[in-house]
Design a protein around this ligand. Structure first.
Ligand SMILES: C[S@@+](CC[C@H](N)C(=O)[O-])C[C@H]1O[C@@H](n2cnc3c(N)ncnc32)[C@H](O)[C@@H]1O
Length: 234
């Protein structure tokens, strides 16, 4: 049995707070774990890319209250906040949130919330128009992915929109990621290692949580899924 420091002190994957506090202990490491690079221009361009997907799927409207699950340092929030009424960034890591607060300092309509890693406990029922979660599901256990879809259903107003994504196991790019990560010996897998989703997995979560008009996009190495919380019947 292997018994060295690296494996002894590694938190488990689902100990999200300890895993992500450690990954974001400096600004450089936080940025690196958000986009895999420290290049600030890539940060801007990838944020704009995510905004484009959100506009093409759930849409962002001037009156919307928008909530991001796992907001990191505000890469996407920076693009969205000026386009909506209020942007709420939630994250398990207080370090990430501190960097987000610095980055988004000039934006008057943002709110940052530290969450447990398993739910949106302090967010009131039916208080948001859009919930999205991008490049986070790959780091979560599947049960916790679904828990956030259920929480999104709770905090969205009737007619509210949810967007989620992950690397698509069924794509060429997703399969490459799978093969690269398969090379880690089991006791050396980093706790935040990417685990892909199939389109069926994300579709199932949305439908089981009661979302309607569920749609999927699989035109690159990601699967993107979105749907509508059924409008309340008068
Ligand atoms: C790859 S970064 C993506 C950040 C942001 N969504 C973006 O696209 O720029 C993953 C983020 O998810 C957060 N995170 C990890 N596990 C989480 C959990 N269980 N609940 C909430 N946030 C989590 C991490 O702290 C980190 O900020």
């Amino acid at each position: 049995m292997r018994d060295d420091k690296a494996t002894q002190h590694q938190p488990t994957r689902s100990d999200y707070k300890n895993v992500w506090m450690a990954l974001s202990d400096t600004h450089d490491r936080a940025i690196m774990h958000v986009i895999g690079s420290n290049d600030e221009s890539a940060f801007e361009s990838t944020g704009a890319g995510t905004l484009k997907f959100l506009r093409e799927t759930v849409g962002i409207r001037p009156d919307d209250v928008v909530l991001e699950i796992g907001c990191g340092v505000g890469r996407v929030g920076k693009q969205i906040a000026s386009l909506c009424r209020r942007w709420i960034g939630c994250d398990v890591s207080a370090n990430m949130l501190q960097f987000a607060a610095d980055r988004l300092r000039s934006l008057p309509n943002i709110e940052l919330k530290e969450i447990s890693g398993y739910n949106l406990q302090d967010v009131p029922d039916a208080s948001c128009d859009v919930v999205y979660c991008t490049v986070v599901f790959m780091h979560l256990e599947s049960w916790d992915r679904y828990a956030y879809v259920l929480e999104a259903a709770r905090v969205l107003k009737g007619g509210g929109r949810l967007y989620i994504d992950n690397v698509n196991l069924c794509s060429e790019g997703g399969w490459k990621v799978f093969e690269v990560h398969r090379a880690f010996p089991p006791d050396r897998r980093p706790p935040h290692i990417t685990e892909c989703s199939t389109p069926q997995e994300l579709e199932t979560y949305l439908k089981r949580a009661g979302f309607c008009d569920v749609q999927l996009r699989t035109d690159d190495s990601f699967v993107r899924a979105w749907g509508l919380k059924p409008p309340i019947q008068q």
